[in-house]
Design a protein around this ligand. Structure first.
Ligand code: 5GP
Ligand code: ZN
Length: 115
């Protein structure tokens, strides 16, 4: 989608530090990390949020949650002590980039609830 930062990152028009990539998904380090490990996992296709998943995206959704996130967490050394996976949706959810992304945060003790 034109003018979408994360579509541009997926298309390599904007550089990022990728930690995982395949045909449908890319994971890269957040520009403003909120924890020692802060990675964003996105579908390469433009989906605005979890609300934008269509029936054709079921395999992609499962791939992100069941394959990519656990693999990235393992590779980043987060599985022993734990970590957090967050996806913000819309204004009240604090979503600032309208392209679906899952934050993986870890490497420190995280507080709950978030603000
Ligand atoms: P949201 O607030 O939408 O849940 O998360 C958006 C995240 O994207 C923020 O944590 C922000 O730091 C990150 N971000 C915004 N623009 C860029 C960028 O150009 N590159 C990278 N790597 N991260 C970005
Ligand atoms: Zn996009």
């Amino acid at each position: 989608m034109a003018d979408c930062i994360f579509c541009k990152i997926a298309g390599k028009e904007i550089p990022s530090t990728a930690v995982y990539e395949d045909d449908t998904v890319i994971a890269f380090r957040d520009l403003e990390p909120q924890a020692p490990v802060h990675v964003l996992v996105i579908p390469k296709k433009h989906i605005e949020s979890v609300l934008g998943f269509g029936p054709e995206d079921r395999e992609l959704a499962a791939h992100i949650l069941a394959d990519v996130i656990p693999q990235v967490a393992k590779e980043q050394g987060l599985t022993e002590k734990g970590f957090r996976v967050i996806t913000n949706v819309g204004t009240d959810g604090g979503q600032t980039v309208p392209h679906l992304h899952f934050h993986i945060l870890g490497g420190r003790s995280l507080q709950w609830p978030p603000g």
